[in-house]
Structure formats: structure tokens, C-alpha cells
Design a protein around this ligand. Structure first.
Ligand code: ATP
Length: 294
């Protein structure tokens, strides 16, 4: 069952084309990571799907209808990129206030426990650290037992322990069948949480697959070697970076490159080959979509 979708959606801000023909679907029970550099269009996509903004063209559907209509938003939870909490209210009071908007809210104790916030219940939100505020803001998205939750960069600014608390809360929601769409700059976060990654760049969907497949899509290896001479022209070199005598070569076929280095009697030392990280895969997809010459 599809809980959210866009069909050939475009969104302009004046001359700026923030989304360019995006078609995207989220099935019930999925945990989807939206990955992309600054300005890629991730927040715009989330804002369209949660009814905060309208598309310039194309169709957006949330829980079977227009996300701007209240009845379609009843089972939606959202934490936007920037949130404000009323400074003089205590954490427990904010949870009570938000809970009052729902027919069957999660019990306060359960919510606080799930997101590691029990110790903060009597603290005024104005006195919380930035990370603590963020955790409260994310937890509030879950108060109304939503069917689908959108979290825009949920763990920005959080330390490792706070991030783990949030991850645990998101995972337990997902394990119970909840649907989550999150954007993140933390590649480890997408890897830790999501099965599916949608890579967005320049307002378009560049890849939509599993984390492994996205990595395999570019399959870039970094071959590092020490060489004072220039590197001869070799096939399958995507890029070369020189740092003094040390060369770092990105290639889709490391085995072939190493064989070619030996066949050309290149006098290298200190050879190192390592697989690409998701970050490198992501940069390769977003910055240069043309495959390296074979
Ligand atoms: N209200 C707005 N007015 C004008 N331009 C906007 C507005 N909102 C977004 N944009 C532009 O649209 C593009 C996409 O922005 P968006 O915030 O969706 O990207 P993003 O992927 O979420 O980036 P980030 O990771 O930095 O949050 C950017 O070029 C941005 O400057």
C-alpha cells in the first residue's frame, strides 16, 4: 500500500527550479532515507509531501489524498528542519499540549521513555541544550501514533549518545510497522536506519535503491600509491588527486588498474586499495553522473 507519492512534481521558487520532475513513492512499513547535498531539494520534497508547500506542477498524494487537507494529515507526524518550542513550558507540558490534539495519543511516559527524555520531563524547554530541544521536537512527531513520519535532518547537532537514543526511537516505531522518511547528511545514519536510499541532486532523483546497490552503482575504489613520476594514461581512471608524492586514484575497476600499473612497469610503492564509502558513492553520483571511460 502506498502511503505517499509524488508524480512528475516540479517546484519553483522564482527562477530557481528546486524540484525537477520528481516521481517518488513510499510504501507502508518502509524506512526511506533521502540523501543529497545542500540545496538538492530534500526539504522541498518533504514540504510538498507534508502539505507545507504546493507543487508548481505535478501531483502529490499523502495517505490517499491531498496533503493540504486536514483529514489526510491526521495520521502524519513531522519534524521539520527548524522547530520552535514554547520556552516557558516544561517538556511534559509540551507533550501534553501536543497530545491534546489527537484522539489516541501515545502515553506520555511511553513517549519520553522511547526517546530517552524521561529525565527532562520537568525542565523548561527554554533551558534545554540545542540537542535536547531537537530530541523533544523529533519525539513530538510520534505523539499521535502516526502512520507515516517525515523527519528532516533529525539528528543534526546531536552528539553520538543523543543520536543513538533517536535512532532507537525511530527503529522501534519502524519495527512496529510505522513508515518513516528521513533526510540526512549523515551517511552513517542512512546506513544505520534505512533499507532504501533515494539520492537527490539538483532537484532530481539520481538513484533509488538499497544502500548496497547505491554503493554498487558507482563501485568506486580508491587506489593510493607513492609515485614521484607522472601517472601514465591508463584506462578506467575516474580522477587523480596528488598530495606530494602520494597519488589517490578513483576507479570503477581497481583490479584492472593495478594490473595495468604493473604491466606499464610504473615504479609505485605503498599500494593501498580500499572500497568506496557511501559518501564517495554519493559524491560520485551527485557530482558526476557520467561513468569513467573504460
Ligand atoms: N523559500 C525559498 N525561496 C527561494 N528558494 C528556496 C526556498 N526554499 C528552498 N529554496 C531553494 O531551492 C533549492 C532546494 O532547497 P532545499 O531546501 O529543498 O534543499 P535541501 O536538499 O533540503 O538542502 P539542505 O540539505 O541544505 O537542507 C535550493 O537551491 C534552495 O536555495
Amino acid at each position: 500500500m502506498i502511503l505517499a507519492r509524488t508524480e512528475d512534481v516540479t517546484r519553483r521558487y522564482g527562477d530557481k527550479l528546486a524540484l525537477d520532475g520528481v516521481s517518488f513513492e513510499v510504501e507502508a512499513g518502509e524506512l526511506v532515507g533521502l540523501l543529497g547535498p545542500n540545496g538538492a531539494g530534500k526539504s522541498t520534497l518533504v514540504n510538498l509531501l507534508t502539505g507545507i508547500r504546493r507543487p508548481t506542477s505535478g501531483r502529490v498524494e499523502l495517505l490517499g489524498g491531498d496533503p493540504r487537507r486536514p483529514e489526510n494529515r491526521r495520521h502524519l507526524g513531522v519534524t521539520p528542519q527548524e522547530t520552535g518550542l514554547p520556552a516557558s513550558l516544561r517538556v511534559g507540558e509540551v507533550v501534553d499540549f501536543v497530545s491534546a490534539h489527537y484522539d489516541d495519543p501515545l502515553p506520555k511516559g511511553e513517549l519520553l521513555d522511547r526517546f530517552g527524555l524521561t529525565d527532562l520531563v520537568r525542565r523548561q524547554t527554554g533551558g534545554l541544550s540545542g540537542g535536547e530541544k531537537r530530541r523533544v521536537a523529533v519525539a513530538l512527531a510520534f505523539v499521535g501514533r502516526p502512520r507515516i513520519v517525515f523527519l528532516d535532518e533529525p539528528t543534526t547537532g546531536l552528539d553520538v549518545q543523543a543520536r543513538r537514543f533517536l535512532w532507537d526511537g525511530i527503529r522501534s516505531f519502524s519495527a512496529e510497522g510505522g513508515t518513516v522518511v528521513l533526510t540526512s547528511h549523515y551517511l552513517e545514519e542512512i546506513e544505520a536506519l534505512a533499507r532504501r536510499v533515494v539520492v537527490i541532486g539538483g532537484g532530481r532523483v539520481l538513484a533509488d535503491d538499497t544502500v548496497d546497490a547505491v554503493r554498487g552503482l558507482v563501485a568506486v575504489h580508491r587506489v593510493s600509491l607513492t609515485l614521484s613520476d607522472a601517472l601514465p594514461e591508463l584506462a578506467g581512471v575516474a580522477s587523480v588527486e596528488r598530495d606530494g608524492d602520494r597519488l589517490h586514484v578513483l576507479t570503477p575497476d581497481a583490479d584492472r588498474l593495478v594490473r595495468d600499473l604493473v604491466a606499464h612497469e610504473v615504479p609505485f610503492r605503498g599500494l593501498e586499495v580500499r572500497p568506496t564509502s557511501l559518501e564517495e558513492a554519493f559524491l560520485t553520483i551527485t557530482e558526476d553522473r557520467t561513468p569513467a571511460a573504460a
